[in-house]
Design a protein around this ligand. Structure first.
Ligand SMILES: [Zn+2]
Length: 164
C-alpha cells in the first residue's frame, strides 16, 4: 500500500502549485498534471457531460488508476453496478481553489483529491451513500487514500492521496 504525505506537507511532495494573482502556477500545472481515464462511462455530476479523463498529479495518478480498475473488477465490469454505487458521477479532480470556509488551499489544488457523487455524499452529510458501498471504500483504502466521509465535518464525496 502506498504511503502518502501528510496534508500539511503537500508542497514538499507534490510541489508548490501557487502562481500569481491567486492563480495556479502554469509551470507547475504543465509539469505536474496528467489525465486518468475511468474504465467506465464517467459523467459530470453537474450536467452529465462525458468526462474523458480526471486531471490529477502524476505522483498519485497511477494509484487512482489502480483504485478505479479495482472498483471496476469489484463491480464485475458492470456499468449498472457502478451506477448503483454512484461512481459514474464525477464531482471534481484537480481544481485550484480554497477549502470550503477556509483561506487555505484545498487538496484539490495539488491534484491529489477527487470527488464522486456529491448529491448523495454532500458536505456535512453524516450518513453519506458511500458508507454503504464497501467495495468502493476498500479500493481507495487499499491504495492508502483517505476518505472524508468520517471526518468531524464529513465530506463523503471526497478522497485524497494525503494523510490528515
Ligand atoms: Zn473533494
Amino acid at each position: 500500500m502506498p504511503k502518502w504525505i501528510s496534508q500539511a506537507n503537500t508542497d514538499a511532495f507534490y510541489g508548490n502549485p501557487r502562481g500569481r494573482n491567486g492563480r495556479a502556477s502554469p509551470t507547475w500545472e504543465r509539469s505536474s498534471l496528467v489525465v486518468v481515464a475511468a474504465p467506465w462511462k464517467l459523467v459530470t455530476s453537474w450536467d452529465g457531460t462525458l468526462v474523458r479523463g480526471i486531471r490529477m498529479h502524476y505522483l498519485c495518478a497511477g494509484s487512482l488508476q489502480m483504485v478505479l480498475e479495482n472498483i471496476w473488477k469489484a463491480a464485475g465490469k458492470d456499468e449498472r453496478q457502478i451506477r448503483t454505487w454512484g461512481m459514474h458521477l464525477y464531482g471534481g479532480g484537480y481544481n485550484y481553489r480554497l477549502m470550503r470556509g477556509s483561506n487555505q488551499l484545498s487538496m484539490h489544488a495539488w491534484g491529489c483529491a477527487v470527488d464522486f457523487d456529491p448529491a448523495k455524499n454532500g458536505f456535512g452529510d453524516t450518513s453519506p451513500a458511500f458508507a454503504n458501498h464497501k467495495p468502493v471504500l476498500n479500493a481507495f483504502a487499499d491504495e492508502g487514500w483517505t476518505w472524508g466521509g468520517r471526518w468531524g465535518k464529513p465530506n463523503g464525496m471526497h478522497w485524497q492521496a494525503a494523510d490528515v
